[in-house]
Design a protein around this ligand. Structure first.
Ligand SMILES: C[S@@+](CC[C@H](N)C(=O)[O-])C[C@H]1O[C@@H](n2cnc3c(N)ncnc32)[C@H](O)[C@@H]1O
Length: 230
């Protein structure tokens, strides 16, 4: 397994929410989980009947959205991840949060094509804190990931996500140290990830897209994949 996924042992998953969602998001990446990332997630899932969560991690966002009622219309959540630990951990957390629909898990490398039977299946697809973890040049890795997930998007569906940029943004001292360390260990691969590159990859794959920068995080949403007629 690649280091972008193998780092998420059950022990590390227990630390993840505090280290990443509380400390790093507030002080290194300057993008608040509670006031920015969670509302952005809830906004895009609240009307979704079937949701695909790529890179499920601890399942914080779907679990918190479920407990706040933002997934009350969602009858299916599919969790897709390369690491079986994160799939088991996030599935159990979402179920414990009171989610009433079905939860499917898919152990899968997002650089490989999805099965034909997911074609047009999802009203919403989340890519939260996935792209910056992935190895490869930018924007090619984003283009590759969009090419994997776009066939699974329903005609009026939305793809949305958030990613930590490494280029063209001002990292503070804490963020620079953390980014350097994580890139060295292979947990991040974002030294070349820029807003321009992200816009380029989104623009190639979708007719409509929008990117908003908060701190050093790019929040993005996209609709109407190119070459797909509704
Ligand atoms: C930084 S965590 C993000 C977790 C969660 N989305 C969040 O924002 O809290 C990245 C997740 O992506 C998964 N991942 C990394 N590389 C992957 C790949 N090539 N294919 C699928 N999942 C991958 C990891 O196992 C991990 O669960």
């Amino acid at each position: 397994m690649e280091p972008s996924a193998s780092i998420y042992t059950t022990f590390n998953l227990r630390l993840y929410d505090f280290v990443v969602l509380v400390i790093s998001n507030a002080f290194a990446w300057r993008c608040s989980t509670r006031s920015t990332l969670l509302p952005f997630y809830q906004k895009h899932t609240k009307e979704s009947s079937a949701h695909l969560e790529v890179g499920s991690g601890t399942g914080y966002y779907p679990a918190t959205a479920a407990s706040s009622g933002a997934l009350s219309k969602t009858r299916l959540i599919t969790l897709c991840d390369l690491n079986p630990n994160t799939l088991a951990y996030s599935k159990s957390r979402i179920a414990s949060a009171g989610y009433r629909g079905s939860i499917e898990t898919l152990e899968h490398n997002i650089f490989h094509p999805l099965a034909q039977d997911v074609r047009g299946k999802y009203d919403s697809i989340a890519l939260y804190y996935l792209l910056h973890c992935l190895p490869g040049s930018f924007p090619q890795k984003a283009t590759d990931v969009f090419a994997t997930v776009v066939p699974a998007l329903a005609p009026n569906g939305v793809l949305f996500g958030a990613t930590i940029l490494g280029k063209g943004v001002e990292h503070n001292w804490f963020g620079s140290r953390l980014m350097g360390l994580y890139n060295k260990k292979g947990m991040f691969g974002n030294t070349g990830d820029s807003e321009e590159g992200l816009k380029e990859a989104l623009g190639e794959a979708f007719e409509e897209s929008e990117v908003t920068i908060v701190g050093v995080v790019a929040l993005f949403e996209a609709r109407k994949p190119r070459g797909v007629t509704n």
